[in-house]
Each structure stands twice: as C-alpha cells, then as structure tokens.
Design a protein around this ligand. Structure first.
Ligand code: ATP
Ligand code: MG
Length: 352
C-alpha cells in the first residue's frame, strides 16, 4: 500500500486516468414544456490517476461532487465531458459487451448499508446477484460455494447465507455489501463513504477489513469520505474536493502534515485530536458561510467566498491545480499540486 520512493523506480502506468471530467445536471423549469434554465455543476473539470494497488482518498463537504465522481467511475452516470481511461482505453465511450466487461473490473461499495441491500432478498442472493449479470464468472453449480467463501472472506459466518439483511447489524451489512462488491473479483473498488453510516466503534473494523482485502486480492481503491480523519490510515494519496473541483492533491504526508491550500487547512483543523496536549496547542480555523450552490459557483477561485486569504485576484482568476511557483524549486513535501494563488504551508494538526 505504501507509496514507493519516486526517485528509485519509474512511475508505472496508471490503472485509471481521469482527464478533465465534467458532469453538469440540467436545471429545468416548467412541467409540460421543460426548459433548461441552468446546470448544477456537480463535477467541473477534475483530473487524477489511480495506480495499481493504491488507495486514493477523495474528501470534501456534502454536495462537492464526490458521489458523482464515483458513479461516473463505475459507469452509473455518463460524463458531460472528459475521459476516464482504464488501462489506456476511454471507458466513457463504451457500450454493450465492452462496457459490461470493464464494469466487471470496477465495482462500487455504497454508503448506506441499510438501504443499499434489498430487504426481500437473502444474503446469498444479494452477494450472488452479480453472477446473474456475469454468469461466465461462476457456473450456477458453483455459486453457493462461492458466496459462502465470500462470506468467510469478509468475516461472516457462511451459515448466514439464507438470512435476510434485517437480521444483521450495520457493520455486518456493510460486510455483505463488500462481499457483493468482491463477487466478480474486480481490480478496482470505488467505496463511496463506506463507513459514514456506521458507529464510530465499527468504522475502524470495516476500514481494517478493506485494508486486508486490498492486500489479499491486489485491489486498488477509490475511497470517498467527507472527513479527512477517516481516510488517513488507508490512503496512499488524498484528493480534497471543493465545489466540483480538486483543491489539493498529494500523498498522505503532503496533505496531512504539509497542506498548502486554505480549504485543506480548515478541514484538518476540524479533525478531532485525541491527545489533550496536542489539542491545546493546535490551531483552529473556523470556516464561515455555507458552501455556495454548484449551480452558481463563485468566479475565479471557488473557495474565495469562505477564505480568509482571498484578494481581488482570487475573484478574477481561477487558480490552476499545480505545484505553486514558490514550491517548485523545493524537494520537500510542500511540493504538490494545490489550487491556490496564495498557497503556503501551515501545519494545523500536532502529531497524529
Ligand atoms: N441526478 C442529479 N440531478 C441533479 N443534481 C444532482 C444529481 N446528482 C447529484 N446532483 C447534485 O450535484 C451536486 C453534487 O452531488 P454529489 O452527490 O456528487 O455530492 P457528494 O459530495 O457526494 O455529497 P454528499 O457528501 O452529501 O454525499 C449536489 O449539488 C447534488 O444536489
Ligand atoms: Mg455522496
């Protein structure tokens, strides 16, 4: 899982390359004669790579476009613009059999284990459902045994196969969702807030399970959360999203210990710190105001309406997501892409 030393090995081809991805949902008015009056810019031009065996965390506040990115990655939503290259091929243009075969390799685990499992289906039918769409993966005679194996793999008793979702706790249901995600032996799992609906005490268990499955099955993850603390231990790299764009992206060390974007710094300053002494000394940055509507994002830098550093330039020019000029010569951890005109290192969490 750990990122290799970039100086010692050539970077391998990314498994997924997301390029300038856009998703605008039309806003319409009228019932009989629907007119388009605008667009919700849910995702508005984002790019990132996912490498084999890596976990990319995506974090940001509610409504910033995380689930829309996830749904485009697994083919549940078609992008308005941009590309998703999987092993070099643009999967947003595929259809029919080619699309089906790609989808087999990119599976999703959903947020809410209470609503994402059909209450009228047995656990065996839920986990085995993907085999109905892809019968080539498991012949009918093999399916029961495969499902029992999957139950075991996620830490559930294989004898539970005939039970119904309501007979399980939240954490156990999420294990069922994960088993279903694994059924087709995918290469990539897109987990959209897989632990947000669970008790804090259970969250770590499910995150640990995902980490173990990653090494056992050589999986790559896109792991979505709204809280930076949840993805910290599982992510090799983290992308921080704000209003449909990436504000800052880097390795765990770069993002958590050397953030340069004010939005990341504010999010980090809100992460609970268990150690009382560290808590005493850390800085708190309070964000004022709500997230603006993605139908009308602010001009220039989208974060400027809530940013304590904003100046006239920020309203006029959108800062590109690149290594800020003042850090280009450095070799230290502040040298990573950050979309801010006034990027500067500021450590906000002591220890951790
Ligand atoms: N099908 C849709 N039609 C119209 N607008 C949509 C649709 N899906 C999402 N949106 C809007 O797009 C924006 C981004 O939504 P999205 O669900 O991707 O955010 P999110 O970051 O996952 O939020 P959350 O943390 O609440 O899950 C929101 O303003 C949402 O209302
Ligand atoms: Mg979401």
């Amino acid at each position: 899982m750990a990122a290799g030393d970039p100086a010692s090995a050539p970077a391998p081809e990314p498994l997924i390359e997301v390029r300038d991805l856009v998703k605008h949902f039309p806003l319409t008015q009228g019932v009989l004669f629907k007119r388009q009056v605008g667009a919700v810019k849910a995702v508005d031009g984002i790019s990132f790579d996912l490498h084999r065996g890596e976990t990319l965390g995506i974090v940001g506040e509610s409504g910033c476009g995380k689930s829309t990115v996830a749904r485009m990655l697994v083919g549940l939503e078609r992008p308005t613009e941009g590309q998703i290259l999987y092993r070099g091929e643009d999967i947003t243009r595929l259809s029919g059999r080619a699309l089906k075969s790609v989808r087999r390799n990119i599976q999703m685990v959903f947020q809410d284990p209470y609503t994402s499992l059909n209450p009228r289906m047995t656990v065996g039918d839920i986990i085995g459902e993907p085999y109905q769409i892809h019968p080539e993966v498991a012949p009918r005679s093999d399916r029961r045994r495969k499902v029992q194996e999957l139950l075991e793999v996620v830490g559930l008793n294989p004898e539970f196969i005939n039970r119904y979702p309501h007979q399980f706790s939240g954490g156990q249901r999420q294990r069922i969702g994960i088993a279903r995600g694994l059924a087709l032996r995918p290469e990539i799992i897109v987990a959209d807030e897989p632990v947000s609906a669970l008790d804090v005490s259970v969250q770590a268990q499910v995150v640990n399970l995902l980490a173990r499955l990653q090494s056992d099955f050589d999986l790559s993850y896109v792991f979505i959360a709204h809280d930076l603390s949840v993805v910290r231990h599982i992510s090799d790299r983290v992308a921080v999203m704000y209003l449909g764009r990436i504000a800052e992206i880097g390795t765990g060390e770069e993002i958590y210990d050397h953030p340069t974007h004010p939005y990341t710094q504010a999010l980090l300053s809100a992460v609970p710190v268990p150690d009382p002494e560290a808590r005493e000394h850390r800085e708190r940055i309070l964000l004022t105001g709500d997230v603006p509507s993605p139908a009308h994002p602010p001009s220039g830098c989208r974060f400027r309406t809530r940013c304590w550093k904003a100046q006239e330039l920020c309203a006029r020019v959108e800062p590109p997501l690149e290594v800020p000029p003042e850090f280009r010569k450095s070799t230290g951890p502040a040298r990573h892409p950050s979309a801010c005109h006034f990027a500067e290192e500021r450590r906000v969490v002591a220890g951790g």
